[in-house]
Design a protein around this ligand. Structure first.
Ligand SMILES: *Cc1c(COP(=O)(O)O)cnc(C)c1O
Length: 497
């Protein structure tokens, strides 16, 4: 299996190169040259999660040995998760199933990929890095940062530096990152939003002066953001796993289509669902849910992508994004793998903050994808509504997804069984959850006190991994302007002027 850059169809690389490089030199993202067929899904019925992950990974990482893939899946999906199945799929009604993806060490769905990525990356490094140390740069809207730090901490041959928007993450998310342990980690706040962080990091990746400095130190950049194929691949697995679970439990018939609702930011999670569909997962609609930063809703409905708008800091901060990187992959696939069109559109995005896709691309997208959004009030209302109705506690991101699904259902009357991707544990965003349940803003500044009150109201326990944060000392308190991100990186690699 080879991988192709979305901006140059002639740039073919191996799986190891795609994972190790993260981003193509031309600024494009790597896409597999084809999508292998899953075949009859019932053959996966008795597989445990790591075994299914093994099967899927093997289809794409053909340059990895069986032992390397086996090691990756076994190390990634074990008792570092607090449920033996790795994911849980409770239902609210006969139609609505919650795919809980937050049972890993940092309580957000990012663990599903970032527990595996370090193993994939170190195996890749052995093949292609020439003994260079991998410097992993991460821009985070909150959850990727912690999950990547946890995944890469003290992994030999790597060091990792995370940039987060100082005022754009929840208190718990910030605490999780600034208390991170490990000798190869760095964390830095940025006085800007997620897009600023992501743009700065992408530019550093392609800055030849900085790359040369790294080269001289026998280092090389890599990425743990969802632009890395090694992030997307593990995310394909849980959609297949939940479908197969439904088959086994006789909830659906073999071949029956399902809907998948995904609270979306950088378009990674929903793209993984799309890829699963391309491989043969029976899907009716992919429902793309946005918060007030509804660039994607507008794009799906009009074919115009326009980031020229006000950026809103919301109670679902991991989705506060105006440039959804992985959309580039979808568009590349929908326009028949035409790299020149992608160069044109994404050039326009960079220059004017806007592009418009052709009608046939918009048509294809609209047939499969439904785009909707939920504002702040709606998010807060939904957490309470679902708790009152089903005694089920949603986090704010999943609440956005649920609310958009409800609108979809009202509009279409579609009775297809539906999976809602549940992307974070509610205690990561406890102040908003508190407000939703009590109708009042929390009086306490201390989120752990608020968590105790939420526990009392709901009977839902805060996970131990978050509770532990309370007494951890802060290790990283630095913050910089966005223009200073590059020099913070140089400092981190020991190149201080
Ligand atoms: C990252 C994140 C999202 C958005 O996922 P994308 O793959 O970026 O679209 C949604 N919810 C939570 C809790 C997240 O951490």
């Amino acid at each position: 299996m080879k991988y192709i850059s979305t901006r140059n169809s002639f740039a073919l690389v191996s799986g190891a190169q795609a994972v190790f490089k993260g981003l193509s030199d031309d600024g494009g993202l790597f896409v597999p040259e084809r999508f292998p067929e899953l075949g009859d899904l019932s053959r996966f019925c008795d597989m445990k999660y790591p075994d299914l992950a093994y099967e899927i990974f093997k289809l794409y990482l053909t340059d990895f040995s069986d032992g390397e893939v086996r090691n990756a899946v076994n190390s990634a999906y074990g008792d570092n998760f607090d449920t033996p199945d790795i994911v849980a799929v409770p239902h609210l009604t006969d139609e609505i199933y919650m795919l809980e993806l937050w049972h890993g060490p940092t309580c957000a769905f990012k663990d599903m990929a970032l527990q595996a990525l370090p193993h994939l990356l170190t195996a890749s490094a052995e093949k292609v890095s020439d003994g260079k140390e991998a410097v992993i740069l991460v821009a985070t809207s909150g959850d990727t940062g912690k999950a990547a730090l946890e995944g890469f901490r003290d992994v030999p041959g790597t060091r990792i530096m995370v940039f987060y928007p100082e005022n754009g993450v929840s208190e718990m998310q910030k605490r999780q990152m600034t208390t991170q342990e490990g000798d190869n980690v760095g964390v830095c706040g940025v006085r800007g939003n997620f897009d600023d962080c992501q743009n700065a990091v992408k530019e550093i990746f392609n800055n030849s002066e900085i790359k040369k400095k790294l080269f001289d130190k026998n280092m090389i950049f890599s990425s743990a953001n969802s632009i890395n194929w090694g992030r997307l691949l593990p995310q394909i697995v849980y959609y297949i796993f939940s479908y197969v679970r439904f088959l086994k439990d006789n909830i659906i018939e073999n071949g029956e289509k399902i809907n998948i609702v995904v609270p979306t930011g950088n378009f990674g999670n929903i793209l993984a669902a799309y890829i699963a569909m391309e491989m043969g997962l029976p899907v009716n609609r992919l429902i793309c849910a946005s918060n007030s930063n509804k660039v994607l809703t507008d794009f799906i409905n009009t074919g115009v992508y326009d980031r020229n708008r006000k950026f809103t800091a919301t109670v679902s901060p991991s989705m506060d994004i105006l440039i959804s990187s992985n959309l580039e992959r979808l568009l590349y696939l929908l326009c028949g793998r035409d790299d020149q069109i992608i160069v044109k559109w994404f050039g326009e995005l960079k220059q004017f903050g806007r592009y418009q896709v052709y009608d046939d691309v918009r048509g294809k997208m609209g047939k499969l994808f439904y785009g909707g959004y939920c504002d702040e009030e709606g998010t807060i209302r939904t957490v309470k509504e679902v708790f009152d109705g089903y005694s089920y506690l949603l986090d704010t991101h999943t609440a956005v997804a649920y609310s958009v699904y409800k609108d979809y259902k009202l509009k279409t009357g579609d009775k297809t069984k539906t999976i809602v991707a549940s992307t974070a544990n509610p205690y990561k965003f406890v102040n908003a959850v508190y407000k939703s349940l009590t109708g009042e803003s929390p009086i306490e500044k201390d989120e752990f006190k608020n968590a105790e009150i939420v526990e009392k109201i709901t009977g839902v326990k805060m996970p131990a991994a978050l509770r532990e944060m309370r007494n951890k000392p802060t290790r990283f308190s630095k913050s910089v302007e966005r223009e200073e991100i590059a020099s913070a990186v140089l400092e981190f690699i020991g190149d201080v002027k």
